[in-house]
Design a binder for this molecule. Structure first.
Ligand SMILES: CC(C)(COP(=O)(O)OP(=O)(O)OC[C@H]1O[C@@H](n2cnc3c(N)ncnc32)[C@H](O)[C@@H]1OP(=O)(O)O)[C@@H](O)C(=O)NCCC(=O)NCCS
Length: 173
């Protein structure tokens, strides 16, 4: 299977919604992507699709967020969510490919760290560690092992302790 991983274009929007709906088995994440796309902070270069024989089979989105310290200082970072692969294309390395290409694009755009809420068995293989390692907290009570972070530049999260602030689209509004 020849796979192309590239930034989304407007003609991909409906296929991206479909991939998310099918992968998650619900319309929540596809709608989240559509809502985030309307946010001025949305970075089209960080919404990547995996294309096989002209068909969109996977999608990943990175969205800029901040970690706010107790003193009110903000550290810019990026969240990885959602990540979706069409069910019949799963377990063929497409998810990993999307993450690795996405992390490369994040580095190129100057992001030095990434935050993810996700499967604790999946992301550590790619270098993610519990966000608590850096005393980074969330406000949603996610299980500690599912809330992870990774430095894209060594030491980037040192002293970044604080609370992750997500845009309101993530709260389903
Ligand atoms: C999670 C998901 C994106 C993985 O995509 P994928 O293309 O199947 O993943 P890859 O083929 O790159 O990686 C496969 C590896 O991940 C593991 N894996 C896949 N889904 C997993 C899950 N839900 N939990 C833990 N491990 C998982 C596989 O067992 C395999 O492990 P191995 O490399 O040791 O053999 C895909 O299963 C999916 O779309 N799931 C539904 C939506 C979802 O849960 N998204 C992620 C939210 S955090």
């Amino acid at each position: 299977m020849s796979l192309i991983i590239r930034p989304e274009t407007p003609t991909d929007y409906s296929a991206i919604k479909e991939v998310n709906d099918l992968a998650f088995g619900q319309p929540v994440e596809g709608k989240l992507v559509e809502n985030l796309r309307k946010n001025p902070k949305f970075v089209p270069e960080l919404s990547l699709v995996a294309e096989a024989s002209g068909k969109i089979v996977g999608h990943i989105l990175f969205f800029p967020i901040v970690i706010k310290s107790a003193a009110g200082k903000e550290k810019g970072t990026i969240s990885l969510a959602p990540l979706a692969v069409r069910p019949e294309f799963q377990k063929q390395g497409i998810g990993h490919g999307l993450i690795l290409e996405g992390l490369k694009a994040c580095r190129q755009l100057g992001y030095d760290s990434v935050i993810v809420f996700g499967h604790p068995e999946y992301y550590p293989k790619l270098g993610f560690r519990p966000a608590g390692t850096w005393s980074i907290k969330d406000t949603f009570g996610a299980p500690a092992e599912a809330f992870m972070a990774m430095e894209l530049k060594e030491g980037a999260l040192e002293g970044a302790s604080g609370v992750v602030e997500l845009p309101e689209e993530f709260m389903g509004s």
